[in-house]
Design a protein around this ligand. Structure first.
Ligand SMILES: [Ca+2]
Length: 345
């Protein structure tokens, strides 16, 4: 009798262990999306084909380009991918506090622009935006299922900060936010890419980044430190280009000329790392750090600073999980496999 009970228990444990990987992350993807696929497009292509991720909605935000272009391009990608079931919610047109100046106009990113979007590959989508604003959708969705919805945040954090500011229950309800953002100067490879010390997403909306990082919501940060250890080389591109799936065809058509011009082209992966680490956390090494953002309008506006203990001025900052290393070969293999394979449904 006792032996039989042990066997039943062992069987239940085995079932539980097997069932674990099949429970997907229910995730809102918040993105400053643009085609031809920049890192947001490649990250979404990966996420749509990953059984570990159940995308409950996509929210757009101004960043790489303006939000009108993000809307047009993400709707088109969903059509190309045959995923018109995924709903898209238009988000913030401008950051919370960042004023447009000469530096913004002359450096990378068109978050400040009001120009109409160009037609995406294949023309504008027939698929339409949802009428609900992005921040309202985020607040409604996470508070309806406390502790169950995650956010993959791969643009400036304006929408998420707006949702948090509008409803104190939001920060507590979000299960975890995985953020591509920041550059941690106290870790290797920690310089910025928007200014000497600031990463682009945090620099576009430093006030929003500070609100989200201080919210108390569990956070995993995928900063430039880890992006810089990745490379999308021609060998990986050629493997995707051999695939006949609609997404792989679009990537091949849009990115092929760049690799044809320069076979040594090997861009870093940014948003793709955040998406892949959510699907398979074993790809990255992570350590806990207190991270805060400088929102003073001085030389380090938007810089993210990380440390093991609170320092003067960072009172109220929270301890979060910071990625600092990645197995690039295994990451790229997973990325290529996912974007070049037709998903099982
Ligand atoms: Ca992005």
């Amino acid at each position: 009798m006792r032996f039989g009970r042990v066997l039943v228990c062992a069987a239940l444990l085995t079932t539980a262990a097997r069932a674990q990987p099949s429970v997907p992350h229910r995730v809102i993807v918040d993105t400053d999306f643009a085609l031809p696929p920049q890192d947001d497009g490649l990250a979404l292509a990966f996420a749509l084909n990953s059984p570990e991720l159940d995308i409950v909605g996509i929210t757009t935000v101004a960043g790489n380009y303006n939000v009108a272009r993000a809307n047009a391009d993400v709707l088109r990608l969903l059509e190309i991918a045959g995923r018109t079931d995924v709903r898209v919610y238009g988000g913030a047109r401008r950051p919370l506090g960042h004023e447009v100046d000469e530096y913004a106009r002359t450096h990378y990113g068109k978050w400040w622009s009001d120009e109409p979007p160009p037609a995406p590959p294949g023309g504008f989508a027939r698929l339409a935006l949802q009428p609900e604003p992005a921040a309202d959708f985020i607040a409604r969705t996470v508070t309806a299922a406390p502790g169950r919805i995650e956010i993959l945040a791969i643009g400036p954090l304006t929408n998420i900060a707006t949702a948090m500011k509008g409803n104190v229950a939001v920060a507590k309800a979000i299960k975890r936010i995985t953020i591509m953002g920041g550059a941690i100067a106290s870790l290797p490879d920690g310089g910025g890419n928007a200014t000497p010390n600031t990463e682009f997403n945090f620099w576009v909306d430093p006030e929003a980044a500070k609100i989200v990082l201080r919210s108390g919501t569990p956070i995993t940060l995928s900063p430039l430190n880890v992006s810089r250890k990745t490379a999308f080389d021609k060998t990986a591109f050629d493997r995707i280009a051999m695939s006949t799936t609609p997404i792989a065809r679009m990537i091949a058509d849009q990115m092929g000329p760049r690799y044809a011009r320069d076979a040594t082209y090997r861009p870093h992966m940014y948003d793709e790392v955040a998406a892949a680490s959510l699907a398979d956390p074993s790809l990255v090494k992570t350590r806990a750090m207190i991270v805060d953002v400088d929102d003073h309008h001085g030389i380090d506006y938007g810089a993210s600073i990380g440390a093991d203990a609170v320092w003067p001025g960072a009172e109220g900052a929270k301890r979060i999980d910071v990625q600092y290393d990645i197995d690039n070969a295994r990451f790229m293999k997973l990325f290529v496999d996912r974007v070049s394979t037709r998903p099982h449904s």
